[in-house]
Design a protein around this ligand. Structure first.
Ligand code: GDP
Length: 420
């Protein structure tokens, strides 16, 4: 157990071994839920096999998955010497991008699984591109299924160089990536150094996970607290509630709510029904501000310091990735944008550049339309005032999902804001 925490994404092409690797990590770190272990022990004994093998864990995971029950590699947890890890949604998961950009499951770092017998495949490219777009810090590349290539060093090197080329194309710093030959199925180089790869002397997977840089809590950034709801409470008055995304909220601070454009002094801050002097990133709070009435502010407002108030956009430029749109997107399209707690209809005013998703290079200037799989730089005009920040300055408030027809059709991050 550790008091340091990491959100980890497991990415990679379908069938390259992501679920198996998660099962292996849970197993090796003793994190398989107790009821699952008990069940395996019983089944193993019934079948006269005794002992408790990794294979049983995987059988059970697969079985539960078939039955559509609980096991899903997202949201599993395991601990190493250095960190408690939470595995966040993985690309391909229905709401992955939406969750990732709305901060619900922002991954700090990622493990990229690439099968040694297959190498870089289409989803390897897509996921690496998304990981870079959405701000993954470091990448641990597990070259998996080494058992299928007889633990051959040259096969490993071949995959390493393919992945290095891909990282260079999307400009993901290769100094932020490490490579490990593994077999999730056999357990090579996961928790123990494997005799099968005596040509390899780098870190094994658990060592590499321990060595990941610690995510820095965004306490140095200015306060940004998106408002989820506004209540009226007897004896206190108006109480906006929300989660502190960045910065610190102190009693006595002078704050401003945008785009409602009202402000005042913070009188009280409450967390878990107790008054506290301040709140930090990740804290869910209710607070009270002198002079603010229930109708002055609303869900979607962002609270920040009066002298560094949240930015309100007249227009903004963003990089988006189109995930699932039934036809094509052209200038003039006005879907609903979900950014932090705000939902605002916004018009895609112009499509400025089409970007090659596998390389990040400009593929076309001012294209007439974009469609599924395309990445593009677009200019967006909110139809009602919207507080949003450049992701380069405050990433927590700099991304959004675009929804239409009941599903997330695209996701993006803000490059630049033209203030109102
Ligand atoms: P995912 O789609 O990326 O989650 O891939 P899975 O974890 O479901 O694995 C796909 C298939 O590859 C399954 O049949 C696994 O048993 C198999 N597999 C995964 N890892 C290994 C490995 O290290 N060696 C071998 N031989 N097979 C593996």
């Amino acid at each position: 157990m550790s008091d340091r925490h990491q959100n980890l994404a497991i990415i990679g092409h379908v069938d390259h071994g992501k679920s198996t690797l998660v099962g292996r990590l849970l197993y090796e770190t003793g994190s398989v839920p107790e009821h699952v272990i008990e069940q395996h022990k019983e089944e193993a004994e019934e079948k006269g096999k005794g002992g408790f093998e990794f294979a049983y864990v995987m059988d059970n995971l697969a079985e539960e998955r078939e039955r559509g029950v609980t096991i899903d590699i997202a949201h599993q947890e395991f601990s190493t010497d250095a960190y408690d890890f939470t595995i966040v949604d993985c690309p391909g998961h229905r709401d992955f991008v939406k969750n990732m950009i709305t901060g619900a499951s922002q991954a700090d770092n990622a493990v990229l699984v690439v099968a040694a017998d297959d190498g870089v495949a289409p989803q390897t490219r897509e996921h690496v591109f998304l990981a870079r777009t959405l701000g993954i810090g470091e990448l641990i590349v597990g070259v998996n299924k080494m058992d299928l290539v007889d633990y051959n060093e040259s096969d490993y090197e071949q995959v390493v160089s393919e992945v290095e080329d891909l990282l260079k194309q999307v400009r993901f710093g290769t100094e932020d990536a490490s490579f490990i030959p593994i077999s999730a199925f056999e357990g090579d180089n996961i928790a123990e150094r494997s005799d099968n790869t005596d040509w390899y002397d780098g870190d094994i997977l658990l060592e590499a996970l321990n060595d990941l840089p610690e995510p820095e809590p965004p306490t140095d950034a200015p306060l940004r607290l998106p408002i989820q709801d506004v209540y009226t409470i007897d004896g206190i008055g108006t109480v906006p509630v929300g989660r502190v995304e960045t910065g610190i909220l102190n009693v006595g601070d002078n704050v401003s709510f945008q785009p409602s454009d009202v402000g005042g002094e913070v009188k009280t801050v409450e967390m878990h029904h107790e008054e506290v002097p301040k709140a930090e990133p990740g804290d869910n709070v209710g607070f009270n501000v002198r002079g603010i009435g229930k109708d002055d502010i609303r869900r979607g407002d962002v609270c920040g310091p009066a002298d560094d108030p949240p930015t309100v956009a007249e227009t903004f430029q963003a990089q988006i990735v189109v995930m699932q749109h039934p036809s094509v997107i052209t200038a003039g399209y006005t879907p609903v944008f979900h950014a932090h707690t705000a939902q605002v209809a916004c018009t895609i005013e112009s499509i400025d550049q089409k970007i090659d998703p596998s390389s990040g290079e400009v593929a076309e200037e001012n294209p007439d339309f974009i469609q599924n799989g395309d990445a593009a730089v677009v200019t967006i005009r909110p139809q009602k005032p919207l507080s949003i920040e450049p992701s380069g300055e405050i990433p927590e408030l700099g991304s959004f999902a675009i929804r239409d027809m009941g599903q997330t059709i695209a996701a993006g991050k803000v490059l630049d804001v033209n203030e109102r």
